[in-house]
Design a protein around this ligand. Structure first.
Ligand SMILES: Nc1ncnc2c1ncn2[C@@H]1O[C@H](COP(=O)(O)OP(=O)(O)OP(=O)(O)O)[C@@H](O)[C@H]1O
Ligand SMILES: [Mg+2]
Length: 228
């Protein structure tokens, strides 16, 4: 899968009569191919999550074109966009966004419930257990998010992002709340999947150690993407 951004602009109004709206993203063009691993860095508030949400079709730019596999996504119906998101894109959000009323395993299997591919749906549980083994959470599958540590929730969120075998993973600070060892484990897991299964990887991170493991590092600065 290829995601392309062409001349993306995005600004927010500050709800403040005296201040003008500020361009968070300004003329951003970027192409992501299936084997890429990309780090996006930059100070808090510079627009990294905004950029990731636009890449993942969760948010719309003010102007510019987002293409997935050469198709302009603004032509997709909301149903088609949702299907592509669920089937092709794995998200790891800055806050893990697990559902508190579902246990760990149920949270992970949630994105598989609406799969049209029967084979993928039926094999989801064993895939979940394999991934949980890697992140060391097999003994916690019945626990609810409120009974897990922040790092355990984050590891669960990574497994959930991988459960539908996505073609691209968009991860927003996936290791932010983890200790150094678990952070390294999660980073290595994402990279392993990127390399062995040709799943594109875009990671927003403040960790230079993690960023340096990617093929390309960008810094978002005053709305522009600069290569580091
Ligand atoms: N829905 C919104 N309405 C108004 N302003 C917003 C909205 N979302 C983001 N912003 C503003 O846009 C800017 C970029 O936000 P964004 O969340 O993309 O930053 P970030 O680089 O991810 O920061 P962090 O590293 O702290 O997560 C911030 O100044 C933020 O206040
Ligand atoms: Mg952010």
């Amino acid at each position: 899968m290829i995601i392309e951004l062409e001349k993306i602009y995005k600004s927010y109004n500050n709800n403040n009569l005296n201040s003008m709206s500020r361009n968070v993203l300004e003329d951003i063009s970027l192409q992501i191919n299936s084997t890429d691993s990309i780090a996006i860095t930059g100070p808090s508030g510079c627009g990294k999550s905004t950029l990731l949400n636009i890449l993942g079709t969760l948010d719309k730019p003010d102007s510019g074109i987002v293409k997935i596999d050469n198709e302009d996504i603004s032509r997709f119906s909301e149903i088609k966009s949702a299907e592509i998101r669920n089937r092709k894109i794995g998200f790891v959000f800055q806050l893990h966004q697990l559902l508190p009323q579902l246990n760990l395993l149920e949270n992970i299997l949630l994105p598989t419930l609406v799969l049209k591919d029967n084979k993928l749906r039926d094999s989801a549980q064993s895939r979940a257990m394999d991934l949980l083994e890697i992140v060391g959470l097999t003994d916690k599958i019945k626990q609810y998010p409120g009974q897990l540590s922040g790092g355990e929730c984050q590891r669960t969120a990574v497994v959930r992002a991988l459960i539908n075998k996505p073609e691209i993973i968009l991860a927003d600070e996936p290791t932010g709340s983890l200790d150094q060892e678990s952070a390294e484990q999660i980073g290595n897991l994402l990279l392993k999947i990127n390399k062995e299964q040709s799943v594109a990887l875009v990671i927003v991170t403040h960790s230079m150690a993690l960023a340096e493991k990617m093929n390309v590092i960008y810094k978002l600065n005053k709305g522009k993407l600069e290569t580091v």
